[in-house]
Write a protein that binds this ligand. Structure first.
Ligand code: AMP
Length: 112
């Protein structure tokens, strides 16, 4: 996708604080962190949201979760929250699938 922010981060065209990378995923710190650890894990290939990714590439979808767990562990967190905002009404603002990894503070439920 020519005009996708996260495709450009994956391609190295826009800088990001990358903390982990695998064959199919890249993880980088959220620019507007909502917790001491707030990392976004994205597939290298472009899919608009989590369901589109899971349909087209289940292995990459699983790798996203495993990368998220590795990031949480590396940052010393046993407890963490994973979030896929899906659709603008649910808060999705970047339409390249991404998994939020949030940890390092009390995470209340339900989320806002
Ligand atoms: P969402 O609102 O679920 O689509 O999440 C998109 C996330 O991307 C937000 O939490 C933003 O803070 C984050 N974000 C936007 N631009 C950048 C960027 N250049 N680098 C890192 N994170 C970003």
């Amino acid at each position: 996708m020519d005009d996708c922010l996260f495709c450009k981060i994956v391609a190295g065209e826009i800088p990001a604080d990358i903390v982990h990378a695998t064959e199919r995923t890249v993880a980088f710190r959220d620019i507007n962190a909502q917790a001491p650890t707030h990392v976004l894990v994205v597939p290298r290939d472009h899919y608009a949201d989590a369901a589109e990714l899971a349909t087209a590439d289940p292995a990459a979808s699983a790798e996203l979760v495993l990368t998220a767990a590795a990031v949480a562990t590396a940052e010393g967190h046993d407890d963490y929250r994973l979030v896929f905002n899906t659709g603008a009404g649910a808060g999705q603002s970047v339409f390249h699938a991404h998994l939020h990894v949030l940890a390092g503070r009390d995470l209340t439920w339900p989320p806002g």
